[in-house]
Write a protein that binds this ligand. Structure first.
Ligand code: NAD
Length: 458
């Protein structure tokens, strides 16, 4: 079949893979190719064991792979062949030089821009899907259009708003798709080409158009606002624990105010994931570089409070377990940063595991999808750490069971069986307020949840 359009995505990660699978499924007349410099990742995309876990992703990939969706390491051929190139490479926090610890590390992104320039032989639309500092598209445009090849590139910003764990549902039915371009005739034409792709399945009134800078800044701002909600309820959970108010009741009461809304008000061990912290710190860095000190300080506090909440959880464990966990087996239920993903990047579980290991606890980690990533994250730890696929085995002989990821399966465990296999007094710390605390207390656990009075037998 002759394809109507050829789309390339550079970067086969959590964003590139699912997003392109959705475009391929919804646009059968387009050829969609996803390339990556990591051959192992591409091999996994071409196998039955996809490199990332997302509910519904395997079905989508099975339907389209080899039909109009292709995964490849042939970056050069992919660039040459494509009409439209999405860039979805990683943009982590810089760990060196100026801006280390805050600014975005744009080396992968810039390498991609230079590859696009080197291998292109005809005009192309380049779509920034990675999350980038505001005004990065301008740099992309400068790198690309500073050429003597008589090739013109139009750079469009189309930030991705999907959430891991619900990526497929988010892509299929997005709250909005945002497309920003230059407001020149060629910029507007490029914008329309991207609008046309999404119009295959997204309602037109959900496709928002803007200038490039608004699109770039909206993505950073959206993540900052989402994280800010969590960092607003976290300190209230601490106050609840001091005053015998219940944070679930408080969140429910305030969330019923339509001006506030109920989403993202669930108190827990804090937010994680690859994006929130990095994007806020990037926002902080940008504000600092424009001399907006107070604005930078305001947003930085959102990240600080999150770290405080994670450490507060470790302190609560220590204080209640007689101020020592040394030599005690502690089972962590869940390691992914949230349910329905295997992603452990910036997971609060990582901070908590490290904190407990520092206290010389014997940490056992279990998770239905994230054990491989957990092993990699903690590969340098040689002692006091083990991994168990079966949560019952993880809990056997433990002094405490600590719920860190809100996997539904942890709600349905046989806690009577778990209690029987544990040391006593048996502690249960629910870092996600997922379980039925009263029932667990009645079974015999000493239960500590977030933002609630403890339920203790002593
Ligand atoms: N993960 C999310 O939930 C999410 C959501 C919205 C936006 N984002 C943003 O999307 C971007 C990608 O995030 P991700 O989670 O998919 O990252 P990821 O690390 O999972 O994937 C990025 C991929 O890009 C590849 N890559 C890097 N340089 C390359 C090059 N020169 N050529 C080809 N491939 C190259 C890497 O090998 C990697 O596989 C980031 O900017 C992130 O902030 C992520």
């Amino acid at each position: 079949m002759e394809f109507e359009k050829k789309i390339l995505c550079i970067g086969a990660g959590y964003v590139g893979g699912p997003t392109m699978a959705m475009i391929a499924a919804k646009c059968p007349r387009y050829k969609v190719t996803v390339v990556d410099i990591n051959p192992a990742r591409i091999a996994a995309w071409n196998s039955d064991s996809l490199p990332i876990y997302e509910p519904g992703l395997d079905v989508l990939v099975q339907k389209t792979r080899g039909v109009n969706l292709f995964f490849s390491t042939a970056v050069e051929a992919g660039i040459r062949d494509a009409d439209i190139i999405f860039v979805s490479v990683n943009t982590p926090t810089k760990t060196f030089g100026q801006g280390a610890g805050k600014a975005a590390d744009l080396q992968f992104w810039e390498k991609t821009a230079r590859q696009i320039l080197a291998y292109s032989t005809a005009d192309k639309i380049v779509v920034d899907k990675s999350t980038l500092p505001v005004r990065t598209a301008e740099a992309m445009e400068r790198i690309l259009n500073n050429n003597t090849k008589n090739v013109h590139f139009e750079v469009v910003s189309n930030p991705e708003f999907l959430a891991e764990g619900t990526a497929i549902a988010d892509l299929e039915n997005p709250d909005r798709v945002l497309i920003g371009s230059q407001e020149t005739p060629t910029g507007l034409a490029a914008r329309k080409a991207i609008v046309d792709i999404y119009s295959h399945w997204v309602r037109r009134d959900c496709i928002l158009e803007s200038n490039v800078w608004s699109a770039e800044l909206s993505k950073l701002t959206a993540n900052a606002f989402l994280a800010q909600r969590i960092s607003s309820i976290s300190p209230i959970s601490a106050l609840c624990e001091k005053t015998q108010a219940d944070v679930v009741e408080v969140a429910n009461a305030i969330g019923r105010d339509s001006r506030i809304g109920g989403k993202f008000l669930k108190a827990g061990v804090g937010f994680g994931g690859s994006c929130f912290k990095k994007d806020i710190l990037n926002l902080v860095y940008i504000c600092q570089s424009y001399g907006l000190t107070e604005v930078a300080e305001y947003w930085e506090s959102v990240v600080k409070i999150n770290g405080w909440q994670e450490n507060r959880f470790i302190r609560t464990m220590l204080e209640n377990m007689f101020n020592t966990v040394a030599g005690k087996r502690i089972a962590l239920l869940g390691f992914a940063f949230k349910a329905d993903t295997g992603d452990t990047r910036e997971s609060p579980a990582l901070v908590i595991a490290r904190g407990l290991l520092e206290e010389r606890a014997q940490v056992v980690i279990t998770d239905p999808k994230a054990l491989d990533n957990a092993r990699q994250d903690l590969h340098a730890v040689k002692e006091d750490l083990s991994f168990e696929a079966d949560p019952y085995c993880a809990a056997e002989g433990a002094h405490a069971v600590v719920l860190l990821t809100d996997w539904k399966l942890y709600q349905d465990l046989d806690y009577q069986r778990i209690l029987r296999s544990m040391e006593h007094p048996a502690f249960l710390f629910d870092g996600r307020n997922l379980l039925d605390h009263k029932k667990l207390f009645e079974l015999g656990f000493n239960v500590f949840a977030i933002g609630k009075a403890p339920l203790k037998h002593f």
